[in-house]
Design a protein. Structure first.
Length: 212
């Protein structure tokens, strides 16, 4: 698992030192809390998983200690989709050693890859304390209120500031939308189709939906 080397030191001028050129917030302070995020085609986290348009994708996350976990899918065009919590999965507390899959078996929604081609990344944030993410995430509507890696990192750096440095950690997984080998970065979209029991309805993280 790649460790990202950034600290939350404060706001203002110091904030610029907390976010690397890719807009990733990380914690350089040694901590025994660990979180791992990966996709079903890349359990070894090599970062070269390729999904074709129309394929389903499953996202996995695991923690080694009790923690609250937040997952975001960052599209190549800067748009961000919530994975956890979302309108159907609000419980983001994981027990030590627990591995959880999204969507879980029997879920009322699914994740389907749509175009265009390019690279997506999934950011996992684990904290021993729940984070106040209301300014970032509208769980009810399944919308993230910030745009792009850097915007998300800056917003999270403010949210996570009250948490002791040893009590939070991040991880990132990459995957590509393409036809063969991992293509150069372009644009990609994560679509959510929902078909709950009873009356048909849909929730779409990427702004588009397809009912089966």
């Amino acid at each position: 698992m790649r460790k990202l080397l950034l600290a939350v030191l404060g706001l203002g001028a110091a904030l610029a030192q907390e976010i690397n050129p890719q807009g990733i917030i990380v914690n350089p302070v040694p901590t025994d809390l660990e979180v791992q995020v990966w996709v079903d085609k890349d359990p070894a986290k090599r970062g070269n998983a390729v999904y074709r348009i129309g394929e389903s994708i499953y996202i996995y996350v695991r923690v080694n200690q009790d923690a609250y976990v937040y997952l975001f899918n960052i599209n190549a065009d800067g748009r961000i989709d919530p994975i956890l919590p979302n309108p159907y999965e609000r419980d983001n507390f994981l027990r030590a050693g627990e591995t959880r899959r999204f969507p879980p078996e029997g879920a009322r929604y699914r994740y389907t890859i749509t175009g265009p081609e390019g690279e997506d990344r999934i950011l996992a944030v684990a904290s021993r304390r729940p984070l106040s993410v209301a300014e970032i995430l509208d769980v009810e509507r399944g919308e993230v209120r910030v745009q792009g890696w850097e915007g998300l990192a800056r917003a999270l750096s403010i949210v996570i500031k009250p948490v002791p440095a040893r009590d939070w950690v991040t991880d990132v997984a990459r995957y590509y939308v393409g036809r063969g080998e991992a293509p150069p970065p372009a644009e990609a979209t994560l679509e959510v189709d929902s078909s709950p029991r009873g009356p048909r309805s849909t929730w779409t993280a990427g702004g588009r939906a397809r009912l089966p």
